[in-house]
Design a protein around this ligand. Sequence first.
Ligand code: ADP
Ligand code: MG
Length: 689
Amino acid sequence: MDRHNAKQIEYLNSPITILKGIGSKKASLYSKLGITTIWDLVYYFPSGYEDRRIVRRINECQIGEMCCIKIRPLRQIVERRLKPKLSLFLLYGTDGFENVTIKWFSAPYAKPTIKSGHIYTIYGALTSQNGKKEFDMHYIEDSAEKKYTECIVPTYHATSGLTTKTICETVSVALDSLEILSECIPDHILKKYNLVPVLDAVKKMHRPESFEDLKNARDRLAFEELFVLTLALSSVKGRRKEKKGVIIKAADNIREFAKRLPFELTDGQKETINDICRDLKNGIPMNRLVQGDVGCGKTVVAAAVMYACSKSGYQSAFMAPTEILAQQHYKTLKNLFGDEVRIALYTSSVKGKNKISEDISQGVYDIIVGTHALIENNVKFSNLALCITDEQHRFGVNQRALLGAKGESPHILVMSATPIPRTLSLILYGDLDISVIKSMPKGRQKILTYHIDEKTKNRAYGFLKTEVEKKHQCYIVCPLVEDSETIDASSVESMISSLKNGVYSDLRVGYVHGKMKSDEKDTVMNSFKSGELDILISTTVIEVGVDVPNATVMLIENAERFGLSQLHQLRGRVGRGDEQSYCILVSDCKTENCRERMKIMTQTDDGFVIAQKDMELRGSGQFFGTRQHGVPELKIANLFSDAHILQKAVESANEIILNDPELSSYEMVDIKNRIRDLFDKFDGNDIFN
Ligand code: ADP
Ligand code: MG
C-alpha cells in the first residue's frame, strides 16, 4: 500500500471532529445518525434531491411548481411576529418584469439580511391568494453565491439540532479532502458494465450535476453493494463444498415409503425428492431450499427424506416456528411411520425435557421434531445427519446455522411457503440450491376469495353456518386475543362471547391463541383436527403450516391489519382437500393501500405474484426491516427495482468465484474486508462456523 493510500485510509477512519466546525456537541448529534467517522459521513447518502437548476421568470412559473426566481428587493423585509418563536416574513421584490410578495414562516432570529442593490435567488413555489400571486419561499441566497440554487441540492435525513443543510455543508468539507477511495470492483468488471469509479460515484451522490450523473453513481454503488453481498453468500456456499457430507443412499427407501402413502406424489414432489436424493449421495453436505406454495405438500417430502435417513441409521431434526405446527408434524409422522421409526417431540413446554434430550443424545430417537427449543445449548444429538427447517422465512440465517451446527456438517433442507421472487431468492438464498414444487395435489379447487365490509359480516357468519351444516369446518381469525383500549380490532375473546352466545349457539366453537398454555392449545387443535369442533376462532398462531383438510372457510376479521403474504398464508389453511373452499376478508378499508391489498387477494391466488406485490406495496426496505431473513440491510440497492443490476452483480460474482473460489488474489483484498464487515454487522457470524 503506498503512503498516499495509507493517508487516505487514516483520513477516512478519523472521527468527524477533525473537520472544521464539528465539536463534541455536533459530533454527538451526528452519532445519532450513525455517523462517527469521515467514512460514515461520506457514505451517508442523501435521502432525496431538489432540482433547483431552473431559474424562471415569475410569469413562467406554474402554480405549485418548485423552481427558482431571481428578485431585486424593493423594500426591506417585513416581519409579523405570530408567536414568541414564530414570525411571518414578507419580502416585496421584482424580477424585472413583475412584482411579487415573497412569504415564509420561520423563527424570528432566522431573518436574513437583505443588502440593497443585491439580487437574490429564491427557491420555492408560486401560489395564488385571491387571484394575487405570491411566492412561498423555501430557500433564499445572494445570487452571487450560487451555493444552494441553480443546481441540484441533496436533502438528508436529519435529526433535531442538525439540519439537512448543515449535513450538506459538513459532507462538502469532508469530500473536499477526499482524493481516493479504494476500489473493490475489479477493473475488467468496471469496464464491462461501464461503472463509474467509486470516488466519482460517492462525490456525485452528494453533488450531482445532472440526474444522469446521479443515476450512474447510484447504479454503481448499488452494483457494488449487491456484488459484495453475493460474493459473501457464495463464499459461505464455497466453504460448505469443502466439507464432507454423510453419504445416504435414499432412493430405495423413499420408493418404498411412497408406496405406502394414500396418494400418489405430485410431479413437483417427485422432482424435489430426486434433487434431494442426488444431494444426499454425492459426499457434500446438502444445502437446499424447497420452495412451494401453501398446500403443495412439502411435509411429505420432508417425511420421505427423514424416513430414508433413519433407515440408514442416522438422526434427523425437523424444526418448525410454532408449537402448534411442531405438534402437528409430530403427529403426522407418527401416523405415517407408527413404531417403525422412533420419533420425539421437543419444544420448550414438552414434559420430561431432560429425559428426552438425554435420550436424543443417546441415539434413542431417529427423528426429533421441535421448535426453536432444538437449538438450545443442552440439546445434543448422537449422529445428526439431516436438519430440516420448516417455514424457513420465520427463522434467520443464524438459527438455521445453529441447528446445522448440532451435527458434523449435516445435510440441510429448508422449506418455505413464502414464495420469493428470483431476485430476492438470489440474495436471501444465494447460498442454497433451490427446488421448486410448482404443482398442487390432484383435485384441489381454487379458493374463492371475497372482500366484504363490517356491515355485511353477519351474512358471512350465516354462510359459515351453512358450511358447517355440510359437515365442513371453518376458521375465524382475529388480530387480538382480548379487546384493547388502544387498538380498534376484533379479539378472540369478544368473538367467542358474541358468536357462541349468538349465531353459533348450537355449534361447537373452540378457540386458540398464543397466551394459552401449550397443552391447552394442543387439546383444542386436536379436537379441531379430529372434527370435534365446527368453528375455530383464533389469532395468527395458526398462520403457518396448520393442516386440516376438512376446513373450507377462512374468515379474517380486520383484514387490513395483515400484510399480503400473511393473508395468503392464512388463506392457505383452507383448500387443502377436494372441497370448494372460501376465504372471506372483512375490512372497512380506510386507505388506498388496504383496498389494493384486498383487491390483489381476491384476484390472484398465485403466491409468487402476491409476494411480489407485497414487496411493491411495502417497499423492500421494510421487507428486510425486521432482519428476520438474516440479511444485512442494504443502504442503496433496492432488490425490487434494481433487479437488472442484481443480475449483473450475480453474474460478475459467479465469474470471480469460478476463477478464484478462495478470493485469494490481490484484487480481492478489499472485497474480503468488505465481506468481513458485512457479516460482522449482523448476527450471522456463525454461518462461517
Ligand atoms: P405445505 O406445503 O403447505 O406444507 P402440507 O405438507 O401441509 O402442505 O400438505 C397439504 C395437504 O396435502 C396435506 O393434508 C397432505 O397430506 C396433502 N398432500 C400432500 N401431498 C399430496 C399429494 N401428492 N396428493 C394428495 N394430497 C397430498
Ligand atoms: Mg407446511
